[in-house]
Design a protein around this ligand. Structure first.
Ligand SMILES: [Zn+2]
Ligand SMILES: [Zn+2]
Length: 371
């Protein structure tokens, strides 16, 4: 994306502090005016229409608007990773992720029809650091859940006995109730009340699990967290939920990622923002500074040219978060803030006073010269 792109605020003709209502209003008006249907064959109107739509898509999304406000087009373009945008960025994509990565994590239970009979799914939260999110990590977590009872192996029946087939539903777990209605007889299917839909009756329950077939335990599970993951995103570890009834497949484990706040980094999509204070002398004379990166212990050099103004942003290519899908990386943005000293030593006072006198003289001379 080039920097020659138009400012979306300008495109919509609104102030930078415009409210959501103002943005929407401006968009509606301009979209209607430049709509291709209203301007057949007018290519300029079509271009304007596209610009207006793009400007609105950015400014109506609080995340994208924040990125644009801070970093301009560079911030939005860089995340695109060269292949037309990160479809995960900016929205809590929940199950989209599991549908793509589920098998990758779990080992391919795919979408067999297991919805009704499978065990209960479990949800846990794993907090991770910026550095862990950047590199990807395996986390071992203790998950408290029901597991198949060791003693009865899930049959629910005490040793030496076995469950018997339910006589009401004949083992199907489904009860058919015939009802007479004014249209004739109707058959209603419900879960069997005698066996609670399990199809089996246990006369002598297993003492270990009290006839539940499972017991509560804490289990260590390794969760692979891919590089580039962001706050609020969800992973699915299939088959690590609770056991299903009568040997049905286990439920899944859902892992919600919580990105911990960082001491000095901020994240916007895959971009990292870092603020660095510099002093007057560094700003005026130029300097090379070292800044921390997402790789622990690794620093990056930033060249500050002479005459640098406060709030200037330096971009370090590829020092941001990797794209979750494995291609491209975000950038790091170093914002330099020129700091005014709050307390001066005698020596500093002397030097600044000298500069002040010198600049004062220079100023007067240049005024004289211009007359
Ligand atoms: Zn048992
Ligand atoms: Zn039954």
């Amino acid at each position: 994306m080039s920097s020659s792109k138009k400012d979306p605020y300008e495109v919509l003709g609104i102030q930078r502090n415009a409210t959501d209502v103002e943005i929407k209003k401006a968009y509606r008006k301009l979209a209607r005016k430049n709509h291709p249907d209203a301007n057949p064959g007018d290519e300029k109107a079509e271009t304007r229409f596209k610009e207006v739509a793009e400007a609105y898509s950015i400014l109506s999304d609080p995340d994208q608007r924040a990125v644009y406000d801070r970093l301009g087009w560079g911030g939005l373009g860089a995340t695109a990773g060269g292949t037309g945008g990160d479809p995960f960025a900016g929205f809590g994509f929940g199950d989209i992720f599991s549908s793509i990565f589920g098998d990758f994590f779990g080992g391919g239970t795919s979408s067999r029809s297991r919805r009704q009979s499978s065990g209960r799914s479990i949800r846990i939260v794993i907090p991770i650091t910026f550095e862990e999110a950047a590199s990807g990590i395996e986390k071992k977590v203790d998950v408290k859940k029901n597991v198949v009872c060791d003693v009865c192996k899930g049959s629910r029946a005490a040793g030496g006995t076995s469950p018997k087939r339910c006589s009401v539903c004949n083992g199907s777990g489904v009860e058919r109730i015939q009802q007479r209605t004014r249209f004739g007889y109707m058959i209603n299917e419900t879960s069997c009340r005698n066996c609670k839909g399990l199809g089996e009756i246990v006369d002598h329950p297993c003492p270990e699990c009290k006839g539940r077939g499972m017991v509560g335990k804490s289990k260590k599970i390794t969760v692979k967290i891919p590089a580039g993951i962001n706050n609020g995103q969800r992973l699915r570890v299939s088959g690590e939920g609770e056991p299903g009834p009568r040997g049905a497949p286990q439920g899944d484990l859902y892992v919600d990622i919580q990105l911990k706040k960082h001491k000095y980094f901020h994240r916007e999509r895959n971009e990292v923002i870092y603020e660095q204070k510099i002093n007057f002398a560094q700003a005026a004379l130029g300097d090379t500074i070292l800044v921390p990166t997402l790789v622990k212990g690794e620093k990056a050099k930033v060249k500050i040219p002479s005459g640098t103004q406060s709030d200037t942003i330096f971009r370090l290519r590829g020092k941001g978060f990797p794209n979750l899908q494995g291609f491209g990386k975000g950038n790091m943005h170093v914002i330099v803030r020129v700091e005014t000293p709050k307390k001066l030593s005698a020596k500093e006072k002397e030097l600044f006073s000298e500069l002040l006198v010198f600049w004062d003289k220079k100023n007067k001379e240049s005024k004289k010269g211009s007359k």
